[in-house]
Ligand binder design. Structure first.
Ligand code: APR
Length: 173
């Protein structure tokens, strides 16, 4: 069971599934959502149209089309509203929902972007803490998923996830 943290562009990652930080319409957008749709090609949007959206904190899976990844797991993260509207729980739910879908769809390798920490303005260190916790707990009992990778688009994001993982390891003893 491996948890990697790398710098890179998730559209280039040949995982069984890459996660898309989507919005509830699932009809594309900017950021990583835009990049994934551009790289996957128009068939991705065509399939997304059949899904009729997705609630925040939930996840839905499609094929990867022209992406090197076999599947895309779309999850709308919470928009940061100050931290008293259940954002932490919603973000945790994004990670759990995506990992559950990966298990159910036979995905052995899964790659995440830093969900909600861009346009949705979720504080980076707080998001990294939640993501690392959910991924670490999940990998303890995962039966299909063998490897999770956090793909960080910039150095600040990578440093935040690395220190969150370091803190988690120190706490675990
Ligand atoms: N590969 C990996 N990570 C990326 C890439 C990429 N190609 N492009 C952007 N990112 C990173 C951002 O730098 C940020 O760290 O993904 C993280 C999430 O940022 P956003 O893409 O802005 O996603 P989010 O904050 O969850 O906001 C979602 O933005 O694009 C719209 O349709 C999307 O409405 C939704 C909202």
């Amino acid at each position: 069971m491996a948890f990697h943290i790398i710098a890179g562009d998730i559209t280039a990652v040949a995982a069984d599934a890459i996660v898309n930080a989507a919005n509830t319409s699932l009809l594309g957008g900017g950021g990583v959502d835009g990049a994934i749709h551009r790289a996957a090609g128009p068939e991705l949007l065509a399939e997304c149209r059949t899904l009729h959206g997705c609630a925040t904190g939930q996840a839905k899976i499609t094929a990867g089309y022209r992406l090197p990844a076999k599947h895309v797991i779309h999850t709308p993260g919470p928009i940061w509203r100050g931290g008293r509207s259940g954002e932490d729980a919603m973000l945790a739910s994004c990670y759990r929902s995506c990992l559950r879908l990966a298990e159910e769809n036979g995905c052995r390798t899964v790659a995440f972007p830093s969900v909600s920490t861009g346009v949705y303005r979720f504080p980076l260190d707080r998001a990294a803490e939640i993501a690392v916790r959910e991924i670490t707990v999940f990998l303890k009992t995962a039966r299909v998923v063998r490897e999770v990778t956090m793909v960080c688009f910039d150095g600040e994001t990578k440093a935040a996830y690395e220190s969150a993982r370091k803190r988690a390891r120190e706490t675990a003893g």
